[in-house]
Write a protein that binds this ligand. Structure first.
Ligand code: CDP
Ligand code: MG
Length: 136
């Protein structure tokens, strides 16, 4: 059964730097994911570390936090039917090399770290992540 959900997308520094914000937003809306809220922000390394806390034991954690705080990002609340899994599908695999044709990461990703977008991986995490960036 499908249901209306919200999920968090982040357009990461590599994509913001290459002016891909509108292209990526278009992909969401074409796939019936409505943009409920969106803002461009530049987070601190401490905020990135808090956001990616789930990965704190991973070898890539420090670089990941440095990267996400290196220049502006765009955080977006997406809403639609099965938004969490739909967005994961639209994004493609973590490594752009493995991503399916026409996914955002296949189209725009540069490497496993500069993979252009973030997407929540569960409804529960989506709620937490949306709260993290959109507090009220
Ligand atoms: O973003 P996604 O949920 O697909 O992947 P993840 O496993 O939750 O990892 C979070 C982010 O860490 C990825 O999007 C990559 O940018 C980065 N990462 C990395 O730099 N090197 C890895 N070996 C794995 C992930
Ligand atoms: Mg993840």
């Amino acid at each position: 059964m499908s249901k209306i959900e919200q999920t968090l997308s982040i357009i990461k520094p590599d994509a913001v730097e290459r002016n891909l914000i509108d292209e990526i937003k278009n992909i969401y809306t074409k796939n019936n994911l409505a943009i409920k809220d969106s803002k461009k922000i530049h987070i601190t390394k401490e905020e990135a570390a808090e956001f990616y806390k789930v990965h704190q034991s991973k070898p890539f954690y420090n670089d990941l936090c440095t990267y996400l705080s290196s220049s502006p990002i765009v955080v977006i609340i997406l809403e639609g039917e099965d938004a969490v899994s739909k967005n994961r599908k639209i994004m493609g695999s973590t490594n752009p090399k493995d991503a399916e044709e026409k996914t955002i990461r296949k189209l725009y990703g540069i490497s496993i770290d500069k993979n252009s977008v973030h997407g929540s991986d569960s409804v529960e995490n989506a709620k937490k992540e949306i709260k993290f960036f959109f507090k009220n």
